[in-house]
Structure formats: C-alpha cells, structure tokens
Write a protein that binds this ligand. Structure first.
Ligand code: CA
Length: 373
C-alpha cells in the first residue's frame, strides 16, 4: 500500500513537474515569438504580382503559372501571396521582361527566347534546334552549369531566372502540302519563331512570326502555308487540324522548351530565406509538373486527332532532317561569335550536349528503340 502511495505521489509529482516545464517552455516560446514578430519581417504579409506571356488560364502554360502562384501562397501560409495576370491584363506579352526588370511586377512567366532582341544568347535557356530534350535541359540547368550562366545572363537586367515548366518535344507543325524533299521547303511561308525560323530561312523558306491566337485564321486565308505551335494537346485546342492536312514530326526546332519564371532581383533579396526557398522550390515543382501534364495530355490528344479527326501524321524525311540539322549547327555556332559570354554559354551547352548524347545513346534511346521492336 505504502509503496503504491509513494508511486502515485511520484506520478502526480512528475505530472506537476511536467506541466510546469511545459508552461515554462510555452512562455519562453511566446516570448521568442513576440520578439521575432517585432524584429524579423518573416511574419509580414508580402503581396507580389506575376505577369505572364500567356492568355489567362491558357492550357498548361497559363494554368502552370497559376499553379506556381497557388503553391507559393499555400506553402508560405499566405505570408507571400502571388496574383497572376494574363497577357494584356497589366502588360502585353512582350512587356513582361521589362515590367519585372523595373519592379512594376515582382515575377513574370514566359520563355527566354521571347527576349532574344536583348540578347540572342538567351535562346540557349529555352530551346535550341536539335539541342536538348526536357530531361537533358534539366540536367544542364541544375547540374551542368546552365543555371549559373542563365543567372549571369539576366543579372544586369535586375532579374533572377528559374526554370518553371517544359513543353517536352514539340511537333514539327501543320502543313498543307507534303514535305518530300528540301525543295518543298523553298518559298514555304511558315509560322516558326526563333532559331528554328532562321534555319527555315536558310533552307529557302519564309519564316513568319504570329501569336498563337492568329494561327487558325492565317492558315485558312492562306497567309501562311504551314505553322508550328506546341504539340497535340495545345494544337487540338486551337483547332489547327481543321485547316491543315498533314501533321509532321519531330519538332526538331523545339526538342524540349524550358519555360521560365523571372523574379525581380531586389524583391527576391528582400524576402526572408525561407520564402526564397519556397519560391525556388515551387518553381522546381512546376517545372516537373508541366512536363508531366504535357506528357499525359499530348498522348490523349494524339489519339483524338488520329482516331476522331483522321489527321494524317507524317515524319519529315531523313534527308530533310539531316540538312536542317546541318543548318541548325551553323546558326547555333554563329551565336557563339557574338561576344565572350555567348561563347562561354555555347561552349558549356555544346560540351554538355555532346556528352549527354553519348550517354543517352546507350540509355533512353537504346531502351526506347528496344521497346518498340
Ligand atoms: Ca513551338
């Protein structure tokens, strides 16, 4: 009995002791918490604007930008909220870079090749004809030196870039005549922007730059003979199959286009470290998420284009691709001659590409061809 009472007493005593300890801990925490609220900006609510180059809620590209904003808001428990603006809502698509550079908006979503008028070298950070696939791009960016070069490229514009989405390998485009030889590209008016357009020009074609929303009309009026856009999912949504007979592959000009989020450098540096990490990791999550969405939805849309709309899917002839690759190599290596920094970017990209081709030849490429046998 006595022993039991003693144990009981001890139990009660230790409970009292424990609750006293808890109480003191909790007091200490509260005191520290109060101090933190006064001295650190971590609990201050910060509001950012994200301008984008896409129409609001545009499938995958626009909705991916929305997802990025939602993730940042939720991951920070509302300490950093991001409001998304579609193109033309605050600034037109082409105004995104300047808007974030000046700090009118803190973030922007688009792709580096849209800003090639500032530097042709920016195009390495989005898509290079016969360049890198999505997974290869991610390897170069995160572990091959690409990200550091990209940061240096944007530094003087007061911008920090992050990879924030990838389309995967695009389609070659919609044509109203068959492409059986290089001669069929001569005089061909095709909507194809960036370096791919320059390559088409050297092959004798006429590259045209049009916004996505204008493509269907331009095809139907004969203003253009052909157009590329993204891939089955986005192309089906635009109805391009209604105005073109042949859907060619592969998208040699955009083998794995990286989308970007640009962040005003001063705004980013003002964030506490945990919010900076949230922004960086939300971008990384969206980078993967968009690619996954494209992979799933492109193959569904391809089934619909072929099964329901009876679209004629064709591969560019090998000799046409071979010639386009030669021209692409010329166009891309000329970029290296612009200045010392361009040469550094080109050298890094080329070195990585040569090595990754050797590895992929005996890994993914070998597996995919073995699987198709
Ligand atoms: Ca494209």
């Amino acid at each position: 009995m006595k022993r039991r009472d003693f144990v009981k007493g001890l139990g009660a005593g230790s409970l009292v002791a424990t609750s006293t300890m808890l109480a003191s801990c909790s007091n200490a925490d509260t005191a520290a918490g109060d101090k933190q609220a006064v001295t650190k900006p971590a609990t201050k609510k910060i509001k950012w604007k994200m301008v984008t180059t896409w129409p609001r809620n545009f499938p995958v590209l626009g909705t991916g930008a929305n997802l990025l904003a939602e993730m940042i808001t939720k991951m920070s428990a509302g300490r950093l909220t991001v409001k998304v603006y579609g193109s033309k809502e605050l600034v037109p698509a082409k105004g995104v870079f300047d808007s974030v550079s000046k700090g009118a908006a803190q973030m922007g979503h688009g792709a580096a090749y849209y800003w090639k008028s500032r530097s042709e070298t920016f195009q390495f950070f989005s898509a290079v004809p016969f360049g890198l696939t999505a997974q290869e791009m991610n390897g170069w960016m995160y572990y091959g030196g690409g990200m550091d070069l990209w940061r240096r490229a944007y530094e003087k514009y007061n911008l920090i870039p992050l990879a924030a989405g990838n389309t995967g390998t695009q389609m070659g485009g919609w044509f109203n005549k068959e492409i059986n030889s290089l001669a069929d590209l001569k005089g061909l008016k095709m909507r194809i922007p960036g370096l791919g357009g320059e390559v088409l020009k050297r092959a004798g074609g006429i590259p045209v730059n049009l916004a996505g929303g204008e493509l269907l009309t331009a095809l139907s009026t004969g203003n253009i003979d052909a157009t590329e856009w993204v891939g089955p999912y986005n192309d089906l949504a635009f109805g391009l199959h209604k105005q073109a007979k042949y859907y060619y592959y592969p998208g040699w000009h955009e083998p794995g286009t990286t989308l970007e989020v640009i962040i005003n450098k001063k705004a980013f540096e003002k964030l506490p470290v945990d919010l900076q990490e949230i922004v960086k990791n939300a971008a990384k999550a969206v980078n993967m998420d968009m690619l996954s969405e494209y992979m799933a939805k492109n193959n569904q849309a391809l089934q619909e284009l072929v099964g329901k709309h009876k679209v004629n899917i064709k591969k560019f002839p090998d000799d046409v691709l071979k010639k386009l690759k030669l021209l692409s190599d010329q166009v891309v290596s000329e970029l290296a001659e612009k200045d010392a920094f361009s040469k550094e970017v080109f050298t890094s990209f080329k070195h990585y590409r040569d090595n990754v081709i050797a590895w992929n030849d005996i890994s993914e490429k070998a597996f995919i061809s073995a699987r198709s046998q």
